[in-house]
Design a protein around this ligand. Structure first.
Ligand SMILES: Nc1nc2c(c(=O)[nH]1)N[C@H]1C(S)=C(S)[C@@H](COP(=O)(O)OP(=O)(O)OC[C@H]3O[C@@H](n4cnc5c(=O)[nH]c(N)nc54)[C@H](O)[C@@H]3O)O[C@H]1N2
Ligand SMILES: Nc1nc2c(c(=O)[nH]1)N[C@H]1C(S)=C(S)[C@@H](COP(=O)(O)OP(=O)(O)OC[C@H]3O[C@@H](n4cnc5c(=O)[nH]c(N)nc54)[C@H](O)[C@@H]3O)O[C@H]1N2
Ligand code: SF4
Ligand SMILES: [Mo]
Length: 738
């Protein structure tokens, strides 16, 4: 069969690893996905398609009977589940007319969009919004790689480092990440480095499949990362384990840092974190003495609400003072490719007037990850980075504005490539806010709980049905290009369109014609490739297999410096200082904890961490695909066996998880790798098989953990607005089985 297969090359959008893939297409039908054999063997993070259950299941996904095929318009009330088909031309005309009315009545800022996690060409969404005049794109930026990349841009002037795990890597430190489940390409790189002798340290409250491979596992109390890392910095300074030359030549504020971390002696840090002092000392020595080392941080830090930025800042200081920056086998500064037209330029950020920019919801209070913070950072930064990654309206503030009209009304939402009813905290608030809108449009592949609350639902083309350019939102200098594997339109069967078609379609109806010269996504992408000498996506694939990786350079900072006001790595951040924040990291207790809220802890005695990634799911996706659902039919809450025994809960029981704002249920898994006072619940759960109309909304109230997550401003970092998804308090008790 495969001998007659046509081979199409692209970049898998199934998760953040973004493997290079080849699709095998037989008689116009995608039959399987495999690694792209042209991928250079020397690259550390290689495609692992064969070992990835989602990659194998993509044909089932793309041809699934539940896919949306034609645009739909609601008949009856919002949430009634009654729909009629409508053409693309009509639907775009109707939506544009309504947007125009809303803009006329309330201003462009009354129109918001909701974005998910890096799934499509969202630079065109930003172009549409900037030209429209709205600063209100809400999404996951404050909690998904936004804190990390923004702190790194603020103190280094470069976006997130690329973990160049390779043969020379001597130590890998995994902070609040579980690549075995969440980032399998990285996991495979880690395993081969381990075979070559690299040490592994894991910081996680759970004994995850990644922690099980560690030389040292630090099981900390959730939310105490910042204290731990400040304690490690203290040891490194006291024992003079830091890179003296790098600190002297390239770091700003070392003395002030040394003064700050004196407060974090290991006995105190052990009391805060629950990790024995000796173990912290051992881990610190292992990291500082085995260079080059790589730190990988992810959601364990980003989801810490009030302490997320501080934890991240301390984490980057660890990299800097050990001199692990931009060395082979350490953490590489890549920046975007100098010839590719960057996403940033496509976004036309300069078209948004200063007055409109200042209206971005949340930016007056949470400055770092907003358009005002970005304006300051980008004056110095060495690398452009798309605002799709770093400046977001503050979702909890926008949903409140939809509901209350304060500080000003938000009346329309375009939800594209996101599922806020499941992914955003405080589902009841999101629900009420959306119900109160004048216009809600959703573009997706499926009828999600969020889509059930739309006025118009538009069928989207998947990555398999469209061309692509991928460069991690301008944060890396390699470029992947991809061609459609199968068509997005088949006469009489379906007419799915790209997100580009949506933004352009609305843009040209709203007076933006001159800025949309490219009729199709294909043409728009060709424009970005032109300076590289390619005439089209197909041309780039023919000449390079769609993989453009410039030669690696080490220690680029020796030539160009760091992109900060002082030109050095700002351990003491003058950007944070200018924005009115503490320039150095300081630990604070989470907004809810047995220590910060002992009264609440009497009724809600357990620390709830959420959202640990599980194969085969990707957030709220894949629940309708049998191959995935059979592997993991139910949502799982992990409970320590001692705790479960005390509460009369057995393995497999349904358990209520309750906080002051609501309750949901998940199935108990007895798990000795979690502390008795901590429980872990999965995120992303809805049941596509349950009815779509209200009150069911595909079971969005049943097992979706965000129903119980509070997102009030005091639960958010005052620097970035990051909300707390890990480390709130809850109670648990046995539910009736059903
Ligand atoms: N409690 C808790 N909540 C969490 C987390 C947690 O750990 N705990 N994790 C958070 C994190 S880190 C993230 S990133 C978010 C994820 O938040 P989201 O990205 O909003 O995640 P999904 O719920 O999967 O919604 C994505 C939707 O977009 C659709 N989609 C995918 N690709 C495309 C495309 O190309 N075009 C269009 N139009 N649609 C597309 C999918 O079908 C799906 O319905 O969730 C966050 N929520
Ligand atoms: N299969 C699958 N893969 C995915 C995704 C998915 O939905 N499914 N989502 C993708 C996205 S958008 C993201 S952002 C990444 C996330 O990728 P990761 O962050 O690597 O994955 P998680 O499992 O969310 O979180 C990592 C660990 O944080 C730990 N943790 C919880 N609280 C704390 C704490 O207070 N401190 C520390 N140090 N650790 C803590 C959890 O126990 C968990 O094991 O995964 C990506 N990959
Ligand atoms: S790990 Fe799997 S889902 Fe993620 S990009 Fe690679 S093939 Fe796709
Ligand atoms: Mo994420």
């Amino acid at each position: 069969m495969s001998s007659s297969a046509e081979i199409k090359k692209s970049t898998c959008m199934g998760c953040h690893i973004h493997c290079r893939v080849e699709g095998h297409v037989v008689n116009g039908r995608l039959v399987k996905i495999e690694e792209d054999k042209a991928f250079p063997k020397a690259e550390a993070i290689r495609p692992i398609v064969r070992a990835c259950p989602r990659a194998r299941a993509f044909p089932d996904y793309v041809y699934h009977a539940n896919r949306l095929n034609f645009p739909l318009k609601r008949i009856g009330d919002r949430g009634d589940g009654k729909w009629g088909e409508i053409s693309w031309e009509e639907v775009l005309d109707e939506i544009a007319a309504k947007l125009s009315d809303i803009k006329g009545k309330y201003g462009a800022e009354a129109i918001a969009t909701s974005i998910g996690t890096a799934r499509t060409h969202d630079e065109y969404r930003m172009r549409f919004l900037n030209l429209l005049g709205s600063p209100n794109n809400l999404g996951q930026g404050q909690i998904c790689y936004g804190p990390g990349s923004t702190v790194s841009r603020a103190i280094y002037g470069w976006p997130d480092f690329y973990p160049a795990i390779g043969r020379t890597t001597k130590c890998i430190v995994i902070l609040g990440a579980n690549p075995e489940q969440a980032a399998r390409g990285l996991w495979h790189a880690l395993l081969s480095a381990q075979k070559g002798g690299a040490k592994l340290i894991v910081v996680d409250p759970r004994y995850t499949s990644t922690a099980q491979r560690a030389d040292i596992w630090l099981q900390l109390r959730p939310g105490t990362d910042c204290a731990l890392y400040l304690g490690m910095i203290n040891v490194i300074i006291k024992e003079e384990l830091y890179d003296k030359a790098f600190v002297k030549n390239w770091c700003y504020g070392f003395d002030k840092l040394a003064e700050r971390v004196k407060d974090y002696d290991l006995d105190k840090v052990a009391r805060i974190t629950g990790v024995p002092a000796q173990k912290i000392k051992e881990a610190t020595g292992m990291y500082a003495k085995n260079r080059p080392g790589v730190i990988v941080h992810t959601m364990g830090l980003e989801h810490l609400g009030v302490n997320s930025i501080e934890a991240m800042h301390a984490r980057y200081i660890l990299t800097a003072i050990t001199g692990n920056i931009d060395v082979r086998g350490g953490e590489e500064m890549r920046g975007h490719h100098p010839l590719l037209v960057p996403q940033y330029d496509i976004e036309l950020n300069e078209k948004l007037s200063p007055e409109q920019r200042a209206k971005q919801l949340g930016s007056d209070k949470f400055k770092l990850l907003s358009k005002s913070g970005e304006a300051l950072i980008s004056q110095y930064a060495k690398s452009k980075m798309g605002t799709t990654h770093t400046t977001f309206a503050h979702a909890p503030t926008v949903f409140r504005a939809m509901l209350t009209g304060k500080p000003y009304p938000v009346r329309a939402l375009i939800t594209a490539a996101s599922n806020p009813l499941v992914a955003q905290p405080n589902t009841k608030l999101v629900y009420k806010a959306i119900k109160n809108l004048d216009l809600h449009v959703v573009q997706d592949f499926w009828m999600t709980p969020t889509a059930e609350l739309a006025d118009y639902v538009l069928p989207a083309a998947t990555w398999l049905e469209r061309p692509s350019i991928f460069n991690y939102d301008d944060s890396v200098n390699f470029i992947y290009t991809g061609e459609p594997m199968i068509p997005s339109r088949v006469e009489g069967k379906y007419d799915r369109r790209t997100d580009y078609d949506l933004w352009r379609g609305l843009g040209i109806r709203l007076g933006q014609q001159e800025f949309w010269p490219w009729q199709t996504l294909e043409e728009a992408l060709a424009y970005r490739l032109k300076p590289l000498g390619f005439t089209s996506i197909a041309d780039s694939i023919q000449k390079t297999d769609g993989i453009i990786i410039p030669p690696k350079e080490e220690k680029k900072y020796e030539k160009v410096g760091f992109g900060t006001p002082t030109g050095k790595v700002e351990l003491y951040s003058t950007i944070l200082e200018k924005l009115g924040y503490d320039p150095l990291p300081e630990y604070q207790e989470l907004c809810e904890s047995p220590i910060s809220t002992p009264e609440l802890a009497k009724d809600y005695p357990f620390i709830l961490i959420t959202g640990g990634r599980v194969q085969p799911y990707y957030h709220s996706e894949w629940r309708q695909v049998d191959a995935a659902r059979k592997k993991r039919p139910y949502p799982v809450i992990q409970i320590n066996p001692e705790t479960a025994a005390d509460l009369g809960i057995s393995d497999g029981d349904w358990v209520w998880i309750e906080t002051p704002i609501g309750r949901i249920r998940q199935k108990c898994q007895l798990f000795g790798g979690i502390l008795p006072q901590v429980v872990h619940a999965e995120h992303g759960w809805w049941y596509p098989e349950l009815p779509g109309e209200e009150p069911w909304l595909h079971g969005v109230w049943e097992s979706n953990i965000n129903v119980v997550i509070n997102d009030e401003p005091r639960y958010c970092s005052n620097i970035s607005g990051s909300w707390t998804l890990r480390g709130l308090l809850c109670k648990i008790y046995k539910a009736k089985s059903y």
